[in-house]
Design a protein around this ligand. Structure first.
Ligand SMILES: Nc1ncnc2c1ncn2[C@@H]1O[C@H](COP(=O)(O)OP(=O)(O)O)[C@@H](O)[C@H]1O
Ligand SMILES: [Mg+2]
Length: 274
């Protein structure tokens, strides 16, 4: 089995027959009670995301990016409004939706392959087809020579590749990523970004990607959702009309810089941006 079998056709291009968004949020909001007073972490968020879109969320720390992602993932209940995945209101985590955190969370006593197969064991799946799939995905993320290695033998970037292989093996139609490469060095992050784009587009996966790195957001996305804090809300959505496939050279295009500045402008000035 190869990664191509994950493809749902059209290399991520939304099919004309598909009109319903994969992900929708309707007045999605979250309020936390902090020492007796209410704190609005996220104010009514309305989004409609099409199949195969790569959407980034940028904004300063505390603007509610993680809160938003956690509610879409079903890891945290909304205070009001709702999130829908494939038209169904989210109540709990779903197998259709993969989640990747900033740290890889690998079990140190298990090999790369055993770590990738672990969720399958939790679901009660332990078959040859899944193992073949896992091997193909491990290969695709560039760890073909490391199936039997242990996490301690791998660099931080390689460990994050294992986490990526683990989530992709279960063929999510949606991938939620909360600053997944934030702890990696610039070179490793760039390589991971390119591979993530290639793999998710080939498989037609819809990606919601949280980052505080504006350059990374514009480079990868079809649209960048710009958020501001206190209260956390969407202050603008910037479409990224750069050609695909994106290469490092894409960042040299004048249009790239224009879009970057548009995002910065919505964020409220150019200070502190990458
Ligand atoms: N469980 C919680 N209890 C209270 N406040 C929280 C909780 N989770 C997040 N917050 C607050 O909500 C706001 C948004 O947090 P978060 O979604 O983590 O922001 P971001 O990911 O954009 O940095 C922050 O001010 C944070 O302190
Ligand atoms: Mg966060």
């Amino acid at each position: 089995m190869t990664l191509d079998m994950m493809s749902t056709g059209g290399a991520g291009t939304p099919s004309p027959a598909w009109t319903k968004p994969v992900i929708e949020t309707r007045s999605l909001a979250k309020t936390f009670a902090i020492s007796g007073s209410e704190f609005v972490a996220l104010q009514g968020v309305d989004l409609a995301i099409e199949r195969g879109e790569f959407i980034s969320f940028v904004g300063p720390s505390g603007c509610g990016k993680s809160t938003l992602l956690n509610m879409v993932a079903g890891l945290m209940p909304a205070t009001s409004g709702e999130a829908l995945v494939n038209g169904v209101a989210v109540r709990e985590p779903s197998r259709e939706v993969g989640f990747m955190f900033q740290t890889p969370v690998l079990l140190p006593w298990r090999t790369v392959e055993q770590n990738v197969l672990m969720p399958g064991e939790v679901f009660g799946r332990k078959d040859n087809a899944l193992r073949d799939k896992a091997r193909a995905v491990i290969e695709a993320v560039g760890l073909g020579g490391f199936v039997n290695a242990y996490p301690r033998q791998l660099s931080g970037g390689m460990q994050q590749r294992v986490a990526l292989a683990r989530v992709l093996t279960y063929e999510p139609s949606v991938l939620l990523m909360d600053e997944p490469f934030g702890a990696l060095d610039e070179f490793t992050r760039e390589a991971m970004n390119l591979e993530l784009m290639r793999i998710t587009r080939q498989a037609g996966i819809t990606v919601l990607f949280v980052t505080h790195n504006i350059t990374e957001a514009v480079f990868m996305s079809d649209r960048v959702v710009v958020m501001t804090p206190r209260p956390g809300k969407v202050s603008g959505i910037v479409p990224v009309d750069l050609p695909r496939p994106r290469e490092i050279e894409t960042m040299q295009l004048p249009r790239f810089t224009e879009i970057l500045f548009e995002v910065r402008h919505i964020l409220g000035g150019s200070r502190g941006a990458h």
